[in-house]
Structures are given as C-alpha cells and as structure tokens.
Design a protein. Structure first.
Length: 448
C-alpha cells in the first residue's frame, strides 16, 4: 500500500446475540480503521450467513448494519471488513435462531398413579428443533436432579427417585433448548408402601352357631394410603365374595369348625387379612312326626319334584375344609452358609395342594415380618456382620401356616475366603434340581 498501512480494521459484533428468537435477524458491527486517514465510507463490510452474502451499510459512528430473514436453525455468521488498502479482518461466531420451545412427554409414572415402593423411576422423552441443552427434575417444586444433553435433537430421560415417606408427590420435568426456551410437564403421584387394615366384626372367634344362614360383617380402611380397592371373603378356602361391600350372608349346612378369612387390598396392591374360627352346631332331632306334619312334607316333596322337572334340580355342593398346612423350602442361602456381602438374597419354594398359597412373609432375626405377596425371593440389605437367622412363612387361603429358617453368618468383605456370588448360589440350586430330575428318570426306567 502506498500509505504504508498494513494494519487491518478492528471488527466488533454489536448485534445479534448468540440466541435469536425472531425471524428478522439484524447484524450490526463496529468497524474501526487504525490510521484514521479514510472515512467510514471507505471501508467495506460483508456478512456471510450460512453461505448467503450481504453487504452492511454504514449507519454512522463507525457502525455498519444489515438485515436477514431467517428460519429456525443454527447459523454460522462471518463478518469481513476491508479498508481502502485491502487490509482485511474477519470475525466468525455461531448463532441459534429459535422461537419454538422444546416438547416433552412423560412415559411413566402417569398422573394420579399409585406407586407401591419408595424408590421408583421417572421416564420420558424430550425433543427440540435446534437441540436440547439440559433436563431438570423438580419434586414438590424443589430441584433434585439435572442432566446435560449437549445439543441433541431428541433425548430419553430417566431419573431414579426415593421418596422420604408415603404421601402425594408433585413430579415436574423441565427441558431447555439452545435458545434457553423451556417447557415443563408435571404429574402427581401417590406413594403407598403400607398395607390396609381389615377386621372381622361378626361372627366372633369361637362363636357357636346353629345350622343355616350366617351373617359375616367386617370393616377396613387405608388411612393416609391409596384407599381400599376391594375385599375378598373366604369360607373354608372357598371364595364367597369379592367387591367393596362389608357384609354378606352365607348358608352353612355342615356341623363342625369353620374358618372365615377376609382380605383387604388397596390400590397399591398391598393386602392384609383377618380370620376367625367358629363352630356350627347340629340342630336337635325333630319330634315324632304327626299326620299333619307328614302331609306337609309330602306336599313339599311333590312341589319340589315338580319344580325340578320344570327348572332342573338344584345342585348342592359339600364345602371343603382345608386343615393341612402348606410346605415351604428355603433354597438360597443354605443353612450354615457364609455370606461375604451386606446383602442377603433369599430364594424359596412353597406349595399347597388344598386351598393354594395366599402369600409369603419373610423376616431377618427377630425383626418384623414383611408380606411379599406371591414373590419367591427377597433381598435383605445393609445386614451387619455376624450370625443371622432368615425366616420364611407360607400362608394358605384356609389360614394354615408353615415356616422354615436357615442360620447363616455374614463375614467381613475383606476376608481371605473368596465370596460366593448370588448367581453361583442360584446356579448351584438349579444344578441340584437337574440332578434330582435325572435320578427320578433313572428310577422310573428301572421300575418299568
């Protein structure tokens, strides 16, 4: 250059911000040349937006401006300035044009859902046209977790949450995109981990009743829980009723001891039961029949025969009384096992050929019994080192109970002996079962 000017102009962006929420994009820059010999009109300033070039107009005070019409998306904006000696300078940066907030969908839990455990998953899917940046979980309006997403257009989220207590919880997920636009979705759930209460009011335990109709009354509630869903009433292992009523009348024509069990189920699937035993006493023999009485009996028989011919004879069924307890076997752990973990995995097997298994209960040492329903496994956690006793009970639908237990020892995790895994214990149990099956097959071949 003749003047000896070799310094390029200085370029500074004034507009836009990196986040644009309008279709009309204004580009404004300040361009200053160091020698001061030329005027602003001697400078040329061009803007290139994703390949679209446009010259900026001088608007005074070393400022230049231009306008673009854009759609939503991510753009690279390059600003080039040249002085009259062809010294050039360039500034490049990225902008996000977005006026649409992200979308959000909850897959679980659903609104007003009843959850039967304190720990549960919160899952869903979020998406955005320009890319997501973060996903935040709020419980009862308090932030509890957040995930960075790094500009993905779509992302599945999964948060694991543990409630402090039973009750209602407001779960809200908020997603943010690259333009800092956000969207939220909220569900309300009820955490209910406790079983309902049920009590049989009539008949009383040990009551003696005469043959005929027996009134059964009970009450149940699920205070601070999800509410009673339904009741089940069993008489001598036979299901008499299922529904929400709290009384019924049953016909009992068999003298002897009988058992009534009433189960209450809440909306979370938890259950509890109450049972009473009572006795039906046979009616005394009738006096010697008179002629009038015999005539009445004969007339009744004729009417009954006619009704049977017209409508079909009624079917009477003798009630079944189950007095046999179920069987229960603990397969894992075995008696005398040494456990090298603070978790005890328990696996058992139960059966009842009469009325069927109603539920199982487990406990560790002298702790409280835990109703696990029909499950055949349970895990005790945070078990301290030392000797322990694992108990499992099986209840059948007639109220009979059987229990089994094993004594184990929880060793230090740093003990020299290698710790057997739960998978190895279960595999060993399966191998034992297969060997028993093979032995039985060989025995049957020999007896043929």
């Amino acid at each position: 250059a003749v003047s000896g000017d070799t310094a390029p102009p200085r370029v500074s962006f004034i507009k836009p911000d990196r986040l644009v929420t309008s279709r009309n994009l204004t580009v404004e820059a300040e361009v200053v040349d160091n020698n001061g010999l030329g005027k602003c009109s001697a400078l040329t300033v061009d803007a290139v937006l994703n390949g679209l070039r446009q010259s900026l107009s001088w608007v005074g005070d070393w400022r230049f401006s231009a306008r673009f019409t854009v759609d939503q998306g991510v753009y690279n904006l390059a600003l080039t300035a040249a002085d009259r000696f062809n010294n050039t300078a360039q500034r490049v940066f990225q902008i996000v044009v977005d006026w649409t907030p992200p979308t959000l969908f909850f897959s679980r839990p659903s609104d007003k859902e009843v959850i039967s455990t304190r720990t549960f998953w919160i899952e869903g899917v979020a998406s955005d046209n320009t890319g997501l940046t973060r996903i935040q979980l709020l419980v009862n309006e308090t932030p509890v977790a957040e995930r960075e997403v790094a500009g993905k257009a779509s992302e599945s989220f999964r948060f694991n949450y543990t409630a402090e207590s039973d009750g209602w919880y407001c779960l809200s997920v908020t997603v943010y995109d690259r333009a800092e636009l956000s969207n939220s979705s909220t569900v309300t759930v009820l955490v209910d981990t406790l079983p309902p209460f049920v009590e049989i009011l009539e008949p009383g335990s040990g009551t003696q009743l005469s043959e005929g109709n027996v009134t059964i009354r009970w009450r149940g509630h699920d205070y601070n829980g999800s509410g009673i869903s339904y009741f089940q009433v069993f008489l001598d292992a036979e299901l008499l009723y299922e529904g929400k009523n709290t009384s019924l009348t049953a016909s009992i024509d068999e003298p002897g001891e009988h058992l009534i069990i009433v189960y209450a189920y809440d909306r979370a699937g938890h259950s509890s039961s109450d049972r009473v035993k009572f006795e039906v006493v046979a009616a005394p023999p009738l006096p010697h029949p008179s002629a009038v009485w015999m005539y009445a009996v004969l007339a009744g028989a004729i009417v009954a025969a006619a009704a049977a011919a017209l409508f079909g004879a009624p079917i009477f069924r003798r009630r079944f009384l189950d007095r046999t307890p179920p069987t229960i076997i603990i397969h894992v752990p075995k008696d005398g096992d040494r456990i090298y973990s603070n978790e005890i995995h328990v696996v058992w097997e139960g059966s009842d050929r009469e009325s069927g298994i109603a539920h199982y209960e487990v406990r560790l040492d002298e702790g409280r019994w835990i109703n696990v329903g029909q499950s055949l496994s349970f895990v005790f956690t945070n078990v301290p080192e030392g000797k322990h006793t694992v108990w499992v009970r099986a209840y059948d639908r007639a109220g009979n109970v059987a229990e089994a237990h094993v004594d184990i020892n929880v060793e230090s995790l740093t003990a020299a002996t290698p710790a057997p895994t739960v998978e190895a214990e279960i595999e060993e149990y399966l191998q034992r079962i297969l060997k028993e099956v093979e032995k039985e097959q060989k025995r049957r071949k020999r007896t043929r």
